[in-house]
Design a protein around this ligand. Sequence first.
Ligand code: G3P
Length: 214
Amino acid sequence: MEFFIDTADVSAIRKANDMGLVDGVTTNPSLIKKAGRDHEETIREISSFIDGPISVETLSDTYEGMLKEADTYMTWGENIVIKVVMSPEGMKVVKALTTRGIKTNVTVCFSANQALIAAKAGATYISPFVGRLDDISHYGMDLIQEIRTIYDNYGFATKVLVASVRSPIHMLESALIGADVATVPPATLMQLFNHPLTASGIAQFEKDAADWKK
Ligand code: G3P
């Protein structure tokens, strides 16, 4: 399973990348706002040291407007993926960009039917938001299983990119289901290291080595 990091915080991306844990990056307007920096400057900096796909989200609600934004974003790096919201206009954009060989990531997906539409439009990635489904007492990971089944039934090439990840359990279940990618916030990524037996094991080794460790 590929790990994308879900943030526009460049220092957090660098830290995760130094551990070899970044196969790509996903951003969105909220993450850019949270990072508090110029959009273009941020994406260009990320693209300067990340080789994997970097998702940059369009803001317009028209076909022409999204295509114009895509043309601009593609100049910001060699590995830009155009993020498009799940909408009829968005699917027209996905089809047009796919025809031009530009990768796309369809976002704000909450149903398997939406994922089916995105795959038929030719999306490179589909981003189902599991955490936000959990927030309203739905099993977010059930959606990932549904999409995985449908895509495998028909051999769709669209990659399942689990988004709105909020816990190590989301990461574990994504891998068990066979998601292609999970995009993980930096804090959740660091939680993946944690296990009490690892901590106690390290402490015991350090204690036993104290006598001869210089
Ligand atoms: O990639 C989408 C993600 O950033 C949304 O996460 O926690 O706002 O639902 P969240």
